[in-house]
Structures are given as C-alpha cells and as structure tokens.
Write a protein that binds this ligand. Structure first.
Ligand SMILES: *Cc1c(COP(=O)(O)O)cnc(C)c1O
Length: 374
C-alpha cells in the first residue's frame, strides 16, 4: 500500500484539539529522526544511550513547525486572515511558511540585529511582513500581545496553546521509537514553551493530564490509551547570559550567541516550573563557549549539524553525565531544536582555519591526504 506521510495534524488528529473537519495546513512536519550518538557515547565512556531528536529536519528547519501547523490550522478554521508573532527567528520562519501555505498574511516582529541570516531569509522568501523594532525579543513580545488585543490577528507565539499541542507530538514520536519514555529528556530553554509541550506529551502518553496543559489543566477527562508507563526527568538548559530560570526572575539584557534562546522574560515561566517539579528535573546554564564546543563536536564526531541554541541540550547532558547527575546506564534524549544552516555566520567564523590553499596539482592533494591519514 502506498503511504504518503502528510504531517502532524493528520497523524495525531485524535490526540489534538482540532475539529475533525478542519483543513490541515501542513508541510509534512514531524516524523523527524531520533539519532543514536554512538561515537560521542564512546568518547565520554558513558554506559547508557544518548539519542538526539533532530528537529532541524522539519520543513522550515526547526521544531516551531510542529506548533505552527496546529496553530495555523486552528486559526484558519476559526476564520483568521492574518497571524502575528514576535520572534528571535525560527518562529517567524515557520509562521511565514505556514501562512503562505494557508494563503493568509504573516506579520513578524523581529529584534534589531542578532537574527540569524538563514531565518530572516526564510521570512523574506515566504512573503511575510517583516517589522524590525528597536528592542529585543521581550519588547517585541509585549508589543505583539498589545496588538493581539485590539486587532483582528491571531498570535502564533507559544502563548497560543495550540502551539504547545502541536509540539507535544515530539514526545509521542520518541515513545513510539523507543517503545517507552527515555530516562532523561534535555532541551534548550528560551520561552520554555517546548519543554512544557514535551511534558504535556509525555503525560498524555501515560494516559494522564498535567497542570502545565492549558487545555486540561491537569484534569484530563478524556485520557487516551497509555503508550508507556513512565515519564522522563526533564532537564532545561539556558545560556549563561540569558538564564532567567537560574536567576529566579526576568533578565533585562539577555545576551548569547545562541540567539534562539536569547530571551529574558520567558512566557511559560509557571508551566516550566510545574514541569521541573512533576518530573524531578532541573534547570542549568552553559557558557557560550561550552555551547559552541558541543555544536562543533556533534558536527565533527556524528555528522549532525544543529544551530547553537540546540547544542545547549547536548552540552548540558554531557556535563551532567560527567558529573554523575545523570545516572550511568540511562537512556538520554536531547532535542536538537534547529538546523545548523540557520546560522551560517556562526559556523563560518573559524572557517578560514579549515581551508587549505594549494596549487591545482595532483601531487599537492596527494601530500595533503598522506599527511591527514598518517
Ligand atoms: C524557539 C527555539 C528554542 C527555544 O524554545 P522555547 O520553547 O522558547 O523554550 C530553542 N532552540 C531553537 C532553535 C528555537 O528555535
């Protein structure tokens, strides 16, 4: 039987708060690979398993597509003609693409500077109205909330509960792939929508509800059959210059090379604390240097290229394994939230050191090869 995968809404419609008749606005998102890190596990001498959920392979190159397909499907079903978001880049790329697909307007509010080139290119190509403000993501978010209250436009940031409903499906896919929930699940944290969404997904996978879910608020009256009997410990990693969960409150001037998590005033502050408490997990922070080192190590040792923010999950996992906070023998899943090609400038910073100039002669290449293989 031929089978064409047609995206999350069709795959999980019975687990999503979307009407049976709503036309799915989809680009075939989801169903991303869960890649086992054999080389790195051997390098660090870990007796367990580390797998990365490579969300960079979604249609616009980040997990935001999971949330956007459901948010835009619902918005169009309700008659919306326009969507709006504040964004450090990936939300605007996804909003622009799904709005284009639906034939509606996307208005994206981006901070001045510090938006990765690939992400901005996407918003341009998909025909979004791009508004650059004098201010950072948090200022943009405040502005978008004000506009949403007075104008006929649907906000598609993660404060839109349909976003988290879409993103929870990553947990279903992981449980399906492993046959059970992992022991630990590590994510980079910006607004903390995604860590909250994963917890909603894992909780539904054991047939329950959680107060972190805006739809059931912990009182899920129509639980689905359990897919697994346990939930992971949830670990959330921030960049040191942008770590409100470590400081205990908003950070006024967040700064990090990991621009996707350069957020000082997280929108899912309370739900994320529910996740931490219910799962027995923790938050921690990493320096930009640790994040970039891990991004490079993952690319060189495993052939997997993620953007800087994504590497925070793996960097945190490797450090907690080394410190013994993650028990040896555990199964650890790290979400790689976005593709490395999103941010070519970061990748190219050290590029000149990697390029060897030689005359166009066979001997020069043969010498190089011999040196490399020695
Ligand atoms: C949006 C984003 C994050 C942060 O996710 P939150 O839900 O805001 O915590 C992390 N990494 C990438 C690549 C993102 O695009």
């Amino acid at each position: 039987m031929p089978h064409r995968y047609t995206g999350l809404v069709e795959a999980y419609r019975n687990r999503l708060p979307i009407s049976a008749e709503a036309r799915a606005i989809s680009l075939g998102e989801g169903n991303t690979p869960l890649i086992e890190l054999d080389n790195l596990v051997r390098d660090v001498g870990f007796g367990g398993r580390i797998l990365v959920k490579y969300e960079g392979l979604n249609p616009t190159g980040s997990f935001k597509d999971r949330g956007m397909t459901v948010a835009v499907t619902q918005a169009v079903d309700e008659g919306a003609r326009a969507v709006i978001c504040a964004s450090t880049g990936n939300t605007s790329a996804a909003a622009a693409a799904y709005a284009a697909r639906a034939g509606i307007t996307a208005l994206v509010v981006v901070p001045d500077g510090k938006i990765a080139a690939g992400k901005l290119a996407q918003a341009v190509m998909h025909g979004a109205v791009i508004v650059q403000i004098e201010g950072n993501f948090d200022a943009g978010m405040r502005l978008v909330k004000e506009v949403g209250e007075t104008s006929p436009v649907t906000i598609v940031n993660s404060i839109n509960p349909y976003r988290l409903q879409g993103q929870k499906t990553a947990a279903f896919e992981i449980v399906d792939a492993l046959g059970a929930a992992p022991d630990y699940h590590c994510l980079p944290v910006g607004n903390a929508g995604n860590i909250t969404a994963h917890w909603i997904g894992y909780t539904e996978a054991i047939g329950q509800g959680t107060p972190a879910c805006a739809f059931c608020a912990g009182d899920c009256r129509a639980p689905h059959p359990a897919m697994t009997d346990r939930r992971p410990v949830m670990l959330g990693f921030q960049a040191s210059g942008s770590a409100p969960f470590m400081r205990g409150g908003p950070v006024a001037d967040p700064d990090t090379v990991a621009t996707a998590i350069r957020i000082g005033d997280p929108q899912s502050w309370e739900p994320a604390h529910v996740v931490q408490k219910e799962s027995g997990g923790w938050f921690d922070e990493l320096s930009d240097e640790e994040i970039l080192d891990t991004q490079a190590k993952l690319a060189e040792r495993e052939g997997v290229f993620c953007e800087p923010a994504s590497a925070a999950s793996l960097a945190g996992a490797l450090r907690d394994i080394k410190r013994g906070k993650i028990a040896d023998g555990s199964t650890v899943v790290c979400t790689l939230t976005g593709h490395g090609l999103k941010d070519p400038e970061i990748a190219m910073r050290g590029a000149l050191d990697h390029i060897v100039k030689v005359p166009a002669e066979r001997g020069a290449i043969a010498d190089l090869l011999a040196k490399k293989m020695a």
